[in-house]
Design a binder for this molecule. Structure first.
Ligand code: HEC
Length: 128
């Protein structure tokens, strides 16, 4: 009697493993795919929306509080300082900001964003 129950239990266990294994696999697959599909660019997009979008348009060159950043890296020059539109100059702008610009300054983001967040952000800015 006990043996039969044990057998039944074991069968159930095997059935459960066989049934659940593909589900576990496919959900593991999904969790792997999601961040890869988003990639650094959409991480950068999120960083942009929570730190920059209140002052900068991403889809226009029109000024908001700061200049619109559409085509930032496609132009030769940065919109305000007219420095070359290089990754280095944009990184410096993000890290140091323009605290003394008139009539409106830009805060420095060094210490607020990690270097890898700034990398993600720059990858996103390159897509604009
Ligand atoms: C509080 C508003 C504000 C926020 C937030 C802000 N900026 Fe700015 N940004 C400005 C202003 C104002 C200027 C123009 C400064 C000037 O006249 O030199 C500017 C200028 C710039 C420039 C052009 C610099 C140049 O040399 O022409 C870039 C690029 C830029 N910001 C990127 C960013 C990014 C990326 C973020 C988010 C991490 C950000 N800004 C957050 C207000 C802001």
């Amino acid at each position: 009697m006990n043996k039969a129950i044990f057998k039944l239990f074991r069968l159930g266990l095997i059935a459960a493993v066989v049934l659940l294994f593909p589900i576990a696999l496919s959900s593991a697959d999904r969790s792997k795919k999601t961040p890869a599909a988003q990639g650094p660019q959409s991480a950068g997009e999120k960083i942009f929306h929570s730190n920059c979008a209140m002052c900068h348009n991403a889809d226009s060159t029109k000024d908001k509080l700061g200049p619109g950043l559409q085509g930032l890296f496609k132009n030769k020059e940065l919109p305000k300082s007219h420095k070359p539109a290089t990754e280095e100059n944009v990184r410096t702008q993000i890290e140091k900001g323009s605290p003394h610009a008139k009539p409106m300054g830009m805060p420095a983001f060094k210490g607020k964003l990690t270097p890898s967040q700034i990398d993600d952000l720059i990858a996103y800015l390159k897509t604009l």
